[in-house]
Design a protein around this ligand. Structure first.
Ligand SMILES: NC(=O)c1ccc[n+]([C@@H]2O[C@H](COP(=O)([O-])OP(=O)(O)OC[C@H]3O[C@@H](n4cnc5c(N)ncnc54)[C@H](OP(=O)(O)O)[C@@H]3O)[C@@H](O)[C@H]2O)c1
Length: 503
């Protein structure tokens, strides 16, 4: 049989490819341009890529001062939220008709039904014993909320039931519904326009070896589209898109692998990572199948990457160097590994839409954030000068041991095995907030903080592995200490363990 005539080699495209990736001397090195463009990877955690059936954040005590703000802030961020309220009518009046509400009472275990916890991925618990001025409450409770004038308080409910037994009931009831959440980091979020997209991503097709396949990648609304035409002419048969070598390699050693959110055309593709700075170094590959027209999440465990050099697998016991990821690549190839054929390969046009590339399986995240109180360890503490303590500590006995029972409630959560975060605010105010918060451990600080800011802290804690299994006090920093909230610094400080936690 006569050989198929060779198609003319597209030398211009070959040069284009090489010049894009900065590998021919007369074009110069692309790193300078990378620097100029500031092409660093921004990493940010996201909430939206959870499996869709476990998305809801349950806010317990959703009608309270902090609880209602947590609900509103979650809604504002587009995070699915459900409010647990004792009275749905009151709940609607405070939270409006848009929010998903369930009626339950944490002191009555029978009310904590499966319906309450369906699809719940995390809990923010803002319950508290109702305390009111001795002289009587007002319907809106505004005078007690102001945190400016002191009103002699009295409890109108039993703290043991709400602060301790109720929390224990809630923890026991929700535990079977929570599956462990681990940190995810978005490396590329193609749902948003990326200013450096075209400088960072480029095609590497078989034209570099004499073939005529042709592909590209571009951003379209909501995703990036890798598409083109793959041809086996001239012994070719692959098309791919690849990033430049990242100026700052990514350290993904805390993660288990890469998660791709994509929609394909039924073909088998390869996802490739690299760990060196070379154009033609070792590539670590993972093949995955797509289903025509269906959005899917593909997980690429680092442990399953196959090391290759020029399409030949390398025998090595060395795992992929996850601490140094230098480049990302997507490929459609006629070949699998060592000359075996891709069983789903068809020459011709193809398309793969990618929404995001994330690292998954990072550190464990909190699943139960409890709003407790500064001072819970102080009642009865030897050597404490009660005159200098806030009213809740001074009056713990008169208030039915409120703080003592709160501490018991904390213990129930700490002993539950659920990854938690216990936030102990100092005096809560109705101020608009926006003041930087500072955290401490050891239960000695006094001060105040806005309920708005505590609500924000609770929501942020859900996405911060540094907050996992931490109990900490929090207050507003004085303006000369800090002028702007640095959340990274705030959460990092929690892991430093400056003083032993005295619980
Ligand atoms: N006030 C302060 O200065 C201060 C300082 C530090 C810490 N804290 C603590 O911070 C937390 C939040 O404070 P906050 O001012 O937002 O409290 P809040 O306005 O009194 O709200 C308490 C919430 O808990 C709910 N609740 C009470 N018992 C319940 C039960 N058995 N089952 C279900 N829900 C129940 C209430 O529901 P209803 O609407 O049905 O009553 C209300 O939604 C509380 O634990 C509080 O003790 C307060």
């Amino acid at each position: 049989m006569a050989d198929k005539p060779r198609e003319p080699w597209q030398f211009g495209r070959f040069l284009q490819t090489l010049s894009f990736f900065g590998e021919i001397p007369f074009v110069g090195n692309f790193r300078g341009l990378q620097k100029l463009l500031g092409m660093r990877q921004s990493t940010s955690t996201t909430l939206h890529n959870e499996p869709p059936n476990t998305q809801v954040v349950l806010v317990v005590g959703a009608t309270g001062g902090v609880g209602k703000r947590v609900v509103k802030q979650l809604q504002k961020r587009g995070i699915p939220v459900r409010g647990l309220v004792r009275n749905a009518q009151r709940g609607r009046a405070i939270l409006g008709n848009e929010v998903d509400l369930v009626e339950a009472d944490i002191t009555v275990p029978e009310t904590l039904t499966p319906q309450v916890f369906e699809n719940v991925r995390a809990v923010i618990c803002c319950t508290g014993t109702r305390v009111q001025p001795v002289e009587g409450d007002t319907p809106t409770r505004e005078k007690y909320y102001q945190g400016i004038k002191f009103y002699l308080p009295e409890v109108v409910e039993t703290p043991e039931y709400i602060e301790y037994r109720g929390i224990e009931n809630l923890v026991n009831a929700v535990k079977p519904y929570l599956s462990q959440r681990r940190n995810e980091t978005t490396v590329f979020d193609f749902t948003q326009p990326l200013p450096n997209f075209h400088a960072l991503w480029g095609a590497v097709d078989d034209v570099v070896m004499g073939g005529v396949s042709e592909s590209g990648i571009r951003q379209i609304p909501g995703s990036a589209l890798f598409s083109g035409n793959v041809s086996t002419a001239n012994s070719g048969g692959f098309a791919s898109v690849r990033t430049q070598v990242l100026e700052t390699p990514l350290d993904l050693s805390q993660y288990e692998g890469i998660q791709l959110r994509l929609k394909g055309d039924g073909k088998r593709y390869k996802f490739i990572l690299r760990s060196d700075d070379r154009w033609d170094g070792i590539s670590y590959c993972y093949s995955f199948d797509t289903v025509y027209g269906i959005w899917m999440t593909v997980r690429v465990p680092f442990s399953e990457l196959i090391p290759n050099f020029r399409a030949r697998t390398i025998e090595t016991d060395e795992p992929f160097p996850t601490h140094r990821v230098t480049a990302f690549q997507l490929m459609l190839s006629k070949f699998e590994y060592d000359g075996t054929l891709n069983p789903k390969f068809q020459a011709g046009s193809f398309q793969l839409e990618i929404e995001s590339i994330q690292a998954y399986g990072g550190a464990v995240l909190p699943q139960f954030v409890m709003v407790s109180s500064a001072g819970v360890t102080r009642p009865g503490k030897p050597g404490l000068n009660l005159d200098k303590e806030p009213p809740a500590v001074r009056m713990n006995e008169q208030l039915g041991g409120l703080l003592t029972w709160k501490l018991q409630g904390e213990e129930s959560l700490r002993n539950s095995g659920i990854p938690y975060s216990i936030v102990r605010p100092c005096a809560l105010t109705e101020e608009p907030g926006g003041q930087p918060l500072m955290a401490d451990k050891g239960d000695t600080i006094k001060g105040q903080c806005s309920r708005n800011d505590i609500a924000e802290l609770c929501i942020r804690s859900l996405e911060r592995p540094e907050a996992t299994n931490q109990t900490f006090e929090v207050k507003q920093a004085s303006p000369d200490e800090q002028t702007r909230q640095d959340w990274d610094g705030f959460f990092k400080a929690l892991t430093l363990d400056r003083s032993p936690l005295s619980v």
